[in-house]
Design a protein around this ligand. Structure first.
Ligand SMILES: Cc1cc2nc3c(=O)[nH]c(=O)nc-3n(C[C@H](O)[C@H](O)[C@H](O)COP(=O)(O)OP(=O)(O)OC[C@H]3O[C@@H](n4cnc5c(N)ncnc54)[C@H](O)[C@@H]3O)c2cc1C
Length: 417
């Protein structure tokens, strides 16, 4: 194995939606950018494949929305359970009213291709394996690529290596498992309703013994003959979800088979989901962790593509000679997401108490209360409230977030150490 050196302005590790977006913005800003991934594209990633308007908004900023929504788009969420059903169209707010869904094999490859089109250099089958420091500066990243070991020397390193963040761990990233996290499984099923223009969530998720699980099942039509069918539950170390998600998925698919004329679930995979910023050590002098690596996932719905793409754009905006990201990056993350993430994490923790859902579920989904509450809940579940929104729900959400931040000052939220 020979050793070589390579110099670039920006090295991006991981070419999922977060890394590709970072590379696209970096190239657009004029940086000489290298994007590497251990896998070769197209590659699969365990996901529900759902894209809310917030993710589509990010694609629009990159000039890529049409490539996704041109295949299939959806109008909002339908929530089912506890004897009720509520339809909540995407609200006509800051992010627009168009959502979508696309298998990650296609979506991620589309973004990687776009990055290459804009001048990003791409190394596939290239694993970031080791680090070299010069004082506090990350001076080199050792990359194993095509039987060769290359030390990449970059001014800035953006780490988007996903939920396990094996490279992030080399830099000291720590996940706090005492906070709420998700466990989820997904599959693909054929269905004549593959082009149904709604994302469906079943919030009354029962296991084979009839017990209610703190989570939800989903069916996200993909417009290509298939739906993405999956289920996820919330867990904490204190109240671990005692379920086998793949078995639960089979059971859920069985319950939905008739309504959707489903084919047999294929390609069943499962994964863990650290959420809501429950990680520490997310930045150093010249490096930052982005997207899933920084646990930027909504604790209420498990959605992270939009946050990954947003954190990518935010990080690239900070790339200036002489800036130290060690404290700056966690501050930026907290300023943008701290209150909302803390609130979502606290609400998600409530759901892990066994008696909570059976109590509030029927109230939320039936009758006049449901009709009033659920569109608001759908807006929260879709990450669709912004600082620009001035309506009552948005104000209440922000107020609650501020209150929660004051009460839970000691909770890990991209803290240092
Ligand atoms: C079951 C499930 C359902 C979900 N459903 C949704 C949904 O419907 N909508 C939504 O928005 N989000 C959903 N999410 C979350 C979403 O999948 C993630 O938030 C999203 O993939 C984050 O993207 P990323 O680019 O940060 O990481 P990833 O997509 O995981 O990409 C990380 C990349 O880094 C590469 N890599 C890792 N280590 C190295 C290394 N050392 N060197 C080089 N490359 C490396 C990997 O090969 C990978 O390609 C779901 C998650 C799960 C588990």
């Amino acid at each position: 194995m020979s050793v070589q050196n390579q110099h670039v302005d920006v090295l991006v590790i991981g070419a999922g939606p977060t890394g590709s977006t970072a590379a696209l913005h970096a190239a657009d800003a004029g940086f000489d950018t290298l994007l590497i991934d251990a896998a070769t594209f197209p590659r699969d990633k365990t996901c529900g494949d759902g894209l809310t308007p917030r993710a589509i908004h990010q694609l629009t900023r990159l000039g890529l929305a049409e490539r996704v929504t041109g295949n299939y788009h959806n109008n909002g969420l339908k929530l089912h359970g506890y004897g009720g059903s509520v339809t909540a169209p995407w609200p006509d707010g800051y992010y627009g009213t168009v959502g979508s869904a696309m298998p990650r094999t296609r979506f991620d490859a589309l973004l990687v291709d776009a990055a290459v089109e804009r001048g990003v250099s791409l190394w596939q089958g290239a694993t970031a394996a080791d680090v070299e420091f010069d004082g506090a500066r990350l001076a080199g990243v050792v990359v194993k690529h095509a039987g060769v070991e290359v030390t990449v020397r970059a001014k800035y390193v953006l780490v988007a290596d996903g939920v396990r963040s094996t490279f992030g761990k080399l830099l000291g990233r720590q996940w706090h498992r005492g906070e709420v996290y998700g466990i989820a499984a997904r599959s693909y099923c054929s269905s004549p309703r593959h082009d149904d223009p709604w994302m469906h969530s079943h919030v009354e998720l029962r296991d084979v013994d009839g017990g209610i699980q703190p989570g939800y099942g989903w069916i996200f039509p993909l417009g290509d003959g298939d739906v993405n069918l999956g289920c996820g539950a919330l867990s904490t170390d204190a109240r671990p979800a005692k379920i086998n998600t793949k078995k639960l998925l089979q059971f859920y698919a069985e319950q939905q088979r008739e309504d959707w004329s489903l084919g047999k679930p294929r390609e069943i995979t499962s994964a863990l989901l650290p959420m809501g910023g429950a990680v520490s050590n997310v930045a150093g002098r010249n490096w930052m962790l982005l997207g899933d690596a920084a646990a930027c996932v909504n604790a209420l719905n498990g959605e992270g593509i939009d946050y990954g793409m947003e954190t990518a754009e935010l990080a690239v905006q900070l790339l200036h000679e002489g800036k130290d990201f060690t404290l700056l990056w966690p501050d930026v993350l907290r300023a943008n997401y701290g209150e909302a993430f803390l609130l979502a994490r606290t609400a998600a923790r409530l759901l892990t108490y066994p008696n909570f859902l059976p109590l509030v579920g029927p109230l939320g989904l039936r009758g006049p209360v449901g009709a009033t509450l659920m569109p608001a809940a759908a807006r929260l579940m879709g990450n669709l409230i912004t600082d620009e929104d001035r309506d009552l729900l948005a104000r209440l959400w922000r107020l609650a977030g501020r209150g929660m931040s004051a009460v839970r000052r000691d909770t890990p939220l991209w803290s240092a150490g």
